[in-house]
Design a binder for this molecule. Structure first.
Ligand code: FAD
Length: 562
């Protein structure tokens, strides 16, 4: 992955994508495909054709692509998901399918297959999941048996079944993870290969504009030069190596779909009059159904942007920032899901009908907390990694983050960093109590630590983003929807929420665990800094008013009606 394309080119790509969507994906057409449970295959192919060529962003320059970086890809994924998460999934599948080749392929394999994506716009599929191997990919059962000629391996025969494969029924080429004698390995297989077939598309809850199908491999033979990387046993490392940015892509889907729903609710609420005034002027409406979701989506965005920038700064990003990718995915997809759910409520009975789209968006965005690793697997990954960091730094990791945030607060007193520092210190205390009480032997506690860490880090990230915006220091390619003052108000709200979540969760899981006595449950509230956290809630309502004003583009708060 390179540092990507220049900002001007990115804006051109995003503009073209918007124009294409406006022209080819009007809401009526999306609803029609959704009702028919059909993938608009020709349109997805057209997106990879000469007019738009969106796939080029994902392909390195040396193979005829544009060589987009993680930041470019996030912006593009958000834009695609705003249109339709199913269509976006069809495009993502090609990127995922080619990932093992991009990361682990020989130069010839990369030139051949990535070149075909760039030149021909082929669709690809990524065949990892199996009926009995989902979150635990290592349990895979598909086999790759070497075919020998004169004592030399000339091919592999693949046998097994892959489940829930996006583009499974449409892709020209798939990558398949299978157990070779040397261990799990990726193989490239072309549609039409004897013994390689797909089943009928799944009847899904959402993303009905994407094709999801099981793949069957019955003595399907692939030539030896289609073993990715030409060495057996690299498959799981190759799959892991790209998680940092494939999870960012799905995170961007969460932000895009969440905003697609919330923006509809915002627009609706300015028109819909109840009890004598538009709903947008009802504080209990905006402060429950709109504002908190806007804040959480922007927390997700802040974390995505920081992680994307960090990936783009590396010469070899493969294998880097996997935990950060998990945090971004967790925060952004959970926020997207909740925002879409709230948007149905915000439209009342209309939201519950298909016509107003939020019902479809809610069904679509739901997948983002499941594929590319479920939210629980994200919690596990974050919990484990941050637990290791806590032990390795002898409890200093989150204290150091708190000290950095305190310094930021001193420089930018309005960006909420002081409260985010309280959250971080409370988190350090929770981790330490968990260590003393040996509480992470409970799987649930470990996962909850992952959740709390994600919230604290997400809030800290938005505080840094708000401070950067105030100082005119956002990355060139950053989203600029909100003015620095609005971002600062959002950051303060997020920091307060994270601080309370950490304290509340910490109290709950430490006091609620059998090791609580060892963890000194009695002194816990004070050690977590609870009085300070409560004090930090001061100003919350004014900030929520300010965010509502920013979302509704009004100069000062006029809300409060009944
Ligand atoms: C529409 C769709 C498209 C998809 N596209 C693709 C694709 O293109 N390619 C591909 O390879 N796969 C694809 N998938 C598969 C997807 O990545 C998996 O469904 C996902 O990883 C979860 O695996 P699973 O369904 O087997 O659930 P499981 O792993 O069985 O999980 C079931 C539940 O248990 C929880 N859980 C799992 N393990 C643990 C644990 N150790 N501790 C606690 N809780 C746990 C999970 O969080 C989840 O809530 C797709 C799935 C869908 C639905």
């Amino acid at each position: 992955m390179s540092a990507g394309i220049d900002n001007e080119s990115l804006e051109v790509v995003l503009g073209s994508l918007r124009d294409f969507a406006k022209q080819h994906f009007p809401p009526e057409l999306l609803l029609d495909y959704d009702a028919r449970d059909a993938m608009p295959v020709e349109l997805v192919r057209e997106m990879c054709g000469p007019e738009l060529g969106i796939q080029l962003l994902f392909v390195p320059e040396e193979f005829g692509g544009m060589g987009g970086g993680a930041f470019d890809i996030y912006r593009c994924c958000e834009e695609m998901a705003r249109v339709d998460v199913g269509v976006a999934t069809g495009l993502l599948a090609t990127f995922l399918g080619s990932d093992p080749i991009r990361v682990g392929g020989t130069p010839e394999q990369r030139a051949r297959w990535l070149g075909r994506i760039a030149d021909e716009g082929i669709l690809m599929a990524y065949g990892a999941t199996e009926p009995e191997a989902g979150s635990d990919l290592a349990a895979l059962k598909t086999t790759a048996t070497p075919v020998l000629e004169d004592g030399r391996v000339v091919a592999y025969r693949l046998n097994g079944r892959k489940q829930w494969i996006s583009n499974g029924g449409e892709a020209e080429v798939a990558t398949i993870l299978a157990n070779a004698p040397g261990g799990p390995s990726w193989f490239v297989i072309e549609a039409g290969t004897e013994g390689f077939a797909h089943e009928r598309p799944e009847d899904k809850h959402g993303i009905r504009l994407s094709n999801t199908a099981a793949l069957t491999l019955d003595d399907a033979q692939v030539p030896v030069d289609q073993l990715v990387g030409a060495v057996e046993g690299q498959g799981l490392q190759q799959a892991l190596a790209v998680f940092g940015f494939t999870r960012l892509m799905v995170a961007a889907f969460g932000v895009g779909a969440g905003w697609a729903a919330l923006d509809r609710a915002i627009a609706y609420s300015t028109e819909r009059v109840q009890a004598g005034a538009p709903l947008s002027e009802k504080q209990a409406y905006t402060h429950k159904l709109i504002v908190p979701h806007a804040v959480r989506l922007e927390v997700g965005r802040a974390y995505i942007e920081e992680t994307a920038a960090a990936l783009d700064a590396l010469d070899t990003p493969e294998g880097a920032y996997i935990t950060e990718g998990a945090i971004a995915k967790y925060l952004a997809t959970e926020a997207g899901n909740a925002a879409a759910e709230a948007s149905i409520q915000a439209l009342g009975g209309y939201g519950y009908t298909r016509e107003y789209m939020v019902e479809k968006i809610k069904r679509d965005v739901r997948i983002t907390t499941i594929y590319e690793g479920t939210s629980e697997i994200m919690e596990m990954s974050v919990g484990r990694d941050r637990w290791q960091l806590h032990l390795k730094t002898r409890g200093e990791h989150y204290r150091e983050l708190a000290a950095t945030l305190d310094r930021l607060q001193a420089e930018h007193p309005s960006c909420g960093a002081g409260t985010a520092a309280l959250a971080s210190r409370a988190l350090a205390e929770v981790f330490e109590r968990a260590r003393v009480g040996r509480l992470t032997r409970s799987q649930h506690v470990l996962f909850r630590l992952g959740e709390l860490a994600a919230h604290a880090e997400g809030a800290a990230s938005l505080c840094r983003r708000a401070a950067a915006a105030a100082a005119g220091g956002l990355p060139e390619k950053a989203d600029r929807r909100f003015a620095p003052e609005a971002l600062a108000a959002m950051a303060r709200i997020a920091a307060r929420e994270a601080a309370l979540a950490v304290a509340d969760g910490g109290l709950r899981w430490i006091a609620g665990s059998s090791g609580a006595a060892a963890a000194d449950g009695d002194g816990l509230p004070a050690a977590l800094g609870l009085p300070h956290l409560h004090e930090a809630q001061r100003g919350l309502m004014e900030d929520m008013d300010a965010v509502a004003d920013a979302l509704y583009e009004r100069s000062s708060s006029s809300v409060g009606g009944t």
